[in-house]
Design a protein around this ligand. Sequence first.
Ligand code: FES
Ligand SMILES: [Fe+2]
Length: 454
Amino acid sequence: MSDRNEVEDWVINPELSSDDLEGKQAHIDNGTEPLDPYRYYSEDFMELEWERLWTRVWQLAGVESDIPEAGDYLLYKIRHEEIIVVRQDDNSVKAFYNVCPHRGNRLVFNDRGTLMQFTCAFHSWQFGLNGCLKKITDEQTFKSDVIKHRPGLTNVRCETRAGLIFINMDEEAPPLTDRLGLPEGYLEQYQIEKMNVVRHVVAEWGANWKNGVDAFYETYHLHAIHPQTQGVMADIGTQYDLYPHGSQRMIVPIGCKSPRVEDQESVDAGLNYMMTSEGMDASKFTGTASEVRFAIAKHKRERARKLGFDYDHFSDTQLMDSWATGIFPNVQIGMHPEGCFLMRFMPHPTDPQKFYYDTMSLFRAAEDPNYKAPDWMGVPDGIDLTGSHRPDTEYVAIGEPANLGEVLEQDVQLLQDVQAGTHSRGFKGALWGEQEQRIRHYQREVDRYVDGEK
Ligand code: FES
Ligand SMILES: [Fe+2]
């Protein structure tokens, strides 16, 4: 049997070279061997991931627009660690472990806030925004050997890129630029720093974090689990691209019918809805189903001009399709000029069979009060879109409704069943096809860390 696969021909725009951000990237061979499924349920594997992956890799800790002013902080939690990310007086961003060097008390307790300095609640030691020790209460009662190193907060490496904040607990790790994998400009062109979080949900799900990532890194399951998407987005035909260091993306055509649907001509309810929700008059559209997404792109360009947004550097597919971009190890960003969906699949502190689905919707507001977040962003009514009031993070326990929409509810149920199955003696490891190449790519990178190669 030939090793050539038809997925290699699924290219959105064959005229572009791999130097173009949209162009098909060179193939990366990740082999064909199934990986041992114990990675999805073993506590030993979870601990290896902690020692060799999470404590050594760059992680997306938050977005810059959440901490616009000096003294603004956010708290990033990963397993038992908490990391304070705080805006400095010179506008740079620093990160510290959320722990007082005196006796180990936590310093801050809120998801976000604003401080002029850190004051520990236990014995009121004080630290500057830059982490330096400012004051030891009753300092004269300490022998000088105990405190002569002037204990401050313990620094965590922190770098920003394209409005996103990354941290790394490993002092020896290569810089973010050497590890991100995505080409220069890929993230920057969306100007995420100008977008505000309009919704943030952290929902506990009953599966390993990698089972979560796996389910979001392919469109192969749409026809079976989310059949309602067949009228409005392609599944076959998605362009998959792999980048260095485990990052990857897929370009999913939106505003068209799945090639699995027989009738490719008629514009029916789903596509009409897509046009209406973009503010178009669907009754005036005279083209065929496959022309809808181009009409949407055209409409968005015209609307952007009126709103004062510069969309010239965006290609048509960036306007109409979903560039679902995976940043190693646990991030997917659904990238759109109007806003981004930023998903993080966070490992549970103690249970390898649970994770937190952490999802932020970011929206770029316009001066025009009639310009609303498009329906597909799923922003509930009444949410402030201007960024003047950052909504609180909603925490949702397993089994509680997260109000994230029908598609996500389908995934919640699916992942519990998949988790149960990956734990079975009858399962020998996933048999990933080329539509699932993003999964194999990041999972192989996980193994490079866990095996000590990185
Ligand atoms: S533990 Fe922080 S001042 Fe004592
Ligand atoms: Fe899904």
